[in-house]
Design a protein around this ligand. Sequence first.
Ligand code: ATP
Length: 229
Amino acid sequence: MKPPETRELLPLGLFGGTFDPVHFAHLRLAEAACCELGLSSVRWIPAGNPVLRESPRVDARHRLEMVRLAIADNPCFELDTAEVDAERPSYTVPTLERLRQDDACGAKRPLVLLVGADAFSSLTAWYRWERIFELAHVAVARRPGFPIEAETLPERLSQIWRDRFAADPAALSLAPSGAVVSFPMTPLGISATRVRRLISRGVSTRYLLPDAVIAYVEERRFYREPGGA
Ligand code: ATP
C-alpha cells in the first residue's frame, strides 16, 4: 500500500448500489477498479432508498451491514453510510456534491464513479445526470450481456462517450472529473436478482457471495419468499 500522503492525492473510487444482497461480482468489480485504474481505495455507498427501481427486498440497514461484512477484510475498501443514514431517496448527484465539500474530499481530488455496463447505459434516467461529469469521472466495468457500444447508447450519452472517453486510465489523475473510461473485470454472470431467486427456491448460494453474508441472510431468513425482481 502507498503511504497516506500519496494515497490522499490518488483517485478515489465511489461505488454505489442497492446491494440487495452484495455478491462477488460487486466485490470483483471494486477490486478490478482499484488495480486497473490506480485508485487509492473504493468507497462503497449503499443506497438507502433507490429511486429508479422497485423497493429493495431488505431494509437499508441490513443491506449496509451485509456490505460491511463483505468488505471487512479489504484495507482498500471503505464504507460510506450517508445515503442510508439520510433516510430519503438516494440520488448520485447530491452524494457527489456532498463529497466535493471541503470537509469531505474537496474540489481537487479525482473522484471516479464506478458503474457496471448496464447501469451506465441507463445513466440518462438518473437525476441531473449530466452534472455527474462535472463532479466525477465515470469508469464502466464490462458486464456479461451488456456490451457498451456508442451506437446502442441513448444519443446524448453516446455523444458524451465519444467526447469524453479516455483509453488510458492515467487520464483519471489529470483532472478531478470529466473523463469516461472502461475497465476489464473477470466476467461474472452473478446478479442480486439471481441470488434472491436461488434463496427463494432453497438452493445454495455458496461461492456466489461471501460466507459471512450468507450466514447473515440465513439467520434472518431474508429472501425466502419468491417475489420482487
Ligand atoms: P439486481 O439484480 O437486484 O438489479 P445487481 O446485482 O445488478 O442487482 P446492484 O446493487 O443493482 O446489483 O448493482 C450495483 C452496481 O454493480 C451496478 O453498477 C451494476 O451494474 C454493478 N454490477 C452488479 N452485478 C454485476 C456484474 N455481474 N458484473 C458487472 N457489474 C455488476
